[in-house]
Every structure is written in structure tokens, then in C-alpha cells.
Design a protein around this ligand. Structure first.
Ligand code: KIV
Length: 269
């Protein structure tokens, strides 16, 4: 396969302007990064969703900076052409502007990410501005923000009422003014996502936000059917790799028990 050149921020911006859809998927380790990049994704997100789908936590809240850096490093080792965005985990940026800049810097300097993502609206504008001023590209995240899911009333659609929708649209504009290069919209009505996408000069990346965002992101384990503890309505499962993996493991178990494996073909003379 021809080597792809690295995806840049101006390319993503140009894609929005040309109406070309931007593709993004999460990855958390070397093999998932290799496969996501081989599939030609524009962006890879080292999401703090890794806490749930890889580390077995019940939410993203316990994820630490050290865990994010560990997984970001593994993703970056695959040398993807896709732009790598790493999540700032809970309490790594909400506490103060210096904390936010320092931890964003760690994801870039130690993790090797190209950009960082953080959740929230007006409250995180000072952090976004300071991180951008430090030379680090920032992606925003509005709507259902899993780090504050309890405060939002659980994992449910956000922005259904007029007032809630207006608040999300105002937060989006404030984040753009602070310097985000793109914005994730999670679990918001399609109409609201369409309006925000049309109003913003930077790309929106939807997840559970309907068909009119500039791009789309899904969690790797959800789209490949590797995580079945729960499946949100907005997830389209493109494969059932958990089923295939269990079938292969059962076959291996049976062949070992029956003395069929290892056979001559897999032995040394
Ligand atoms: O952590 C993550 O995977 C995310 C996506 C759901 C956008 O933030």
C-alpha cells in the first residue's frame, strides 16, 4: 500500500471547506493504531474511553495522566499518518490553567500526540486559550461529556430543549474563539449539530450527533464489536470480532484437549 503523508490541521480545515467528510476512530495501542491507519483514517483519538473498553473501569473518571501517556505512546509507535489526538483525563485540566497547560504538554512531549482534546464549554475557555498559546492544538468536546456524566443526569442526549441547545451553541462559539481547531459533538439532536456545524468555521466531529457534522468518530471496540457490556443507540457495529475471537479460542481449546494441536505442520523436525 502506498505510504500516506501525515494529515495536517490545514488539511482538516480544507476538508471542511470542501465539504469532504473527516474520519476519526479511537485507538489505544500499537495494533489498533496500525489497523486504524491502514484503513485510512484522517484522525486517531486516544480517548479516555480506554478506561472503559480497555482497562475495565465503569466510567472514564478514574483514568490517569500516566495511563493516557502509556497508551498514547503505544498508538504513536505505529507511526500513523492520521493526526493523533489524545484526551486530557478527568482532573488533569479542570483544576487550573497551569495544570491544563502542563498536562497537555505531557501528552505531546511524553506521549507523542499531535493534539489534545478536553471536555466542556465556557468553564474551560481559559484552559483552552492557554494550551493553544503554548503551541498545542486543542479539540473541544461538547454535548454528552462523559467525565461529567453524573452532573448531566447520566448518559443521555444533551441539548434537547431550546435553552440547552442555545447553551451548547454558545459554548461552541466560545471554544472556537479560544482557539480550538475542531469540536466533538456527542449525543446531541441532529438539528442542533447541523446548526452548530453550519455556524462554526472549524470542523465538527459527531458521535451520536446525526449526519450533518463535518466528520464522525466512533470507539474502536464499539464499531468492531469487541465490547458488548452496553451499546449506545448511535453505535453502528461493523463487525462482531468478539464472537469471532471466542469461536477461535474455543477451537484452539478443543484441539489442544483432543491432541490435534500442535500437529506435524506446526512442529520442528
Ligand atoms: O474517549 C472517547 O473515546 C471520546 C469519544 C467518544 C469522542 O471522547
Amino acid at each position: 500500500m502506498a505510504q500516506r503523508s501525515r494529515v495536517t490541521l490545514p488539511q482538516l480545515q480544507a476538508m471542511k471547506e470542501r465539504g469532504e467528510r473527516i474520519t476519526m476512530v479511537t485507538a489505544y495501542d500499537y495494533p489498533s493504531s496500525l489497523l486504524a491507519d491502514r484503513a485510512g483514517m484522517d484522525m486517531i483519538l486516544v480517548g479516555d474511553s480506554l478506561g472503559m473498553v480497555v482497562l475495565g473501569y465503569s466510567s472514564t473518571v478514574p483514568v490517569t495522566m500516566d495511563e493516557m501517556i502509556h497508551h498514547t505512546k503505544a498508538v504513536v509507535r505505529a507511526n500513523p499518518a492520521a493526526l493523533v489526538v489524545a484526551d486530557l483525563p478527568f482532573l488533569s485540566y479542570q483544576t487550573s490553567v497551569p495544570d491544563a497547560v502542563y498536562n497537555a504538554g505531557r501528552l505531546i512531549k511524553e506521549g507523542g500526540a499531535d493534539a489534545v482534546k478536553l471536555e466542556g464549554g465556557q468553564a474551560v475557555v481559559p484552559m483552552v486559550r492557554a494550551i493553544v498559546n503554548a503551541g498545542i492544538p486543542v479539540m473541544g468536546h461538547l454535548g454528552l461529556t462523559p467525565q461529567s456524566a453524573v452532573q448531566l443526569g447520566g448518559f443521555r442526549v444533551q441539548g434537547r430543549s431550546e435553552a440547552e441547545g442555545e447553551k451548547i451553541a454558545a459554548d461552541a462559539a466560545a471554544l472556537v474563539e479560544a482557539g480550538v481547531f475542531a469540536l466533538v459533538l456527542e449525543c446531541v439532536p441532529a438539528d442542533l449539530a447541523r446548526r452548530i456545524t453550519a455556524a462554526l468555521p472549524v470542523p465538527t466531529i459527531g458521535i451520536g450527533a446525526g449526519p450533518d457534522c463535518d466528520g464522525q468518530v466512533l470507539v474502536y471496540h464499539d464499531l468492531l464489536g469487541l465490547f458488548d457490556r452496553f451499546r449506545p443507540k448511535f453505535v453502528k457495529q461493523y463487525a462482531n470480532l468478539a464472537e469471532a475471537a471466542v469461536a477461535a479460542l474455543e477451537k484452539y481449546r478443543d484441539e489442544v484437549r483432543q491432541g490435534k494441536f500442535p500437529d506435524q505442520e506446526h512442529s520442528f523436525k
